[in-house]
Design a protein around this ligand. Structure first.
Ligand SMILES: NC(=O)c1ccc[n+]([C@@H]2O[C@H](COP(=O)([O-])OP(=O)(O)OC[C@H]3O[C@@H](n4cnc5c(N)ncnc54)[C@H](OP(=O)(O)O)[C@@H]3O)[C@@H](O)[C@H]2O)c1
Length: 274
């Protein structure tokens, strides 16, 4: 595969599927300066409004998927999972070994992608919705002939919309249960914390602002201090104080077990669906 390295600073990037995830990634890439918008292309499908969304920040919108593939060194398949087989198979004659292929489609396995494309220079990535605000938690797995350099290039690309880890593909259902579905668990937590604030007498708007910022702050503490979350919790629980009284209630309600169950249930559902 080393015979066809992708030029790291000058490659062209194309998206098959001009949807929300493609837009988030393209915006992140342009914002972070990894590639200029002029080197990114996509093609619209049935919704003409998607053209405006991409052109508004300089991405070129071509008339068909074939043109995007021909223009690009790196091609990201960002159509819905049920459409991936059709989209990849139709483009198969154009998917030479020179092109690095990427899929963000939830639940679609590398072995199927490789078969439909007739190429195993494929990388599967599982991002999550906070990609839209540059805070995605993504995981990637490399297909048969994707090189180390290919992996580094894709890590840099998705690093522009958040953080990315490498993991064996066998972990992808668990990843879906944790980081894929996880933002929704936290939205519930934010809403419930705000409800608690209102129940304790706060105005709704103030309660919601405090709840969101508290979750953001706690997540930043966990990622930036490098401390174990148990240690961070111990640091803020003084004997007989307010925080340990609140934690006691959470433990009585099975808070940790509930979150663990949620991840396991979503992972199981992911396995069933894929
Ligand atoms: N959104 C997320 O946070 C997230 C997270 C992880 C993974 N993903 C994955 O990302 C992929 C895209 O999700 P999304 O949320 O961006 O969905 P989306 O906004 O619905 O985008 C999909 C796009 O694909 C287009 N499309 C459909 N058939 C096509 C075809 N044959 N050729 C070219 N384009 C076609 C659609 O166009 P029309 O509407 O005009 O038909 C639409 O613009 C999915 O596979 C999903 O599993 C998304």
């Amino acid at each position: 595969m080393d015979a066809f390295p992708i030029p790291a600073d000058t490659y062209k990037l194309g998206f098959i599927g001009a949807g929300k995830m493609a837009e988030s990634i393209a915006r992140g890439v342009v914002r972070s300066g990894i590639l200029p918008a002029s080197r990114i292309t996509t093609a619209t499908h049935s919704n003409p409004l998607r053209r405006e969304a991409f052109e508004s920040f300089g991405v070129r919108v071509l008339s068909k998927n074939d043109d995007v593939v021909e223009e690009s060194d790196v091609i990201v398949f960002s159509v819905k999972p049920q459409v991936v087989k059709d989209a990849v198979s139709k483009l198969k004659p154009l998917l030479s070994k020179k092109k690095l292929l990427v899929s963000v489609a939830a639940g679609i396995k590398l072995k199927d992608l490789e078969e439909w494309a007739g190429s195993s220079r494929f990388i599967r990535v599982m991002p999550n919705t906070p990609a839209a605000v540059g805070e995605a938690a993504s995981v990637m797995s490399l297909g048969g002939t994707a090189t180390e350099e290919d992996g580094n290039l894709i890590a840099k690309l998705f690093g522009s919309v958040g953080k990315i880890w490498r993991a064996d593909e066998k972990f992808f259902d668990a990843v879906t249960g944790l980081s894929g579905s996880g933002p929704a668990y936290i939205y519930l937590a934010i809403e419930a914390l705000a409800d608690g604030g209102v129940a304790a007498g706060l105005p709704r708007e103030l309660a919601l602002g405090l709840a969101s910022q508290t979750v953001l702050g706690a997540a930043s503490m966990a990622t930036k201090t490098g401390k174990h979350p148990g240690q961070l919790k111990d640091d803020v629980t003084s004997p007989g104080g307010t925080t340990i009284a609140g934690i006691h209630e959470l433990e009585k309600g099975g808070f940790r077990g509930l979150l663990m169950n949620a991840v396991v249930a979503a992972a199981k559902r992911g396995r069933e669906l894929s």
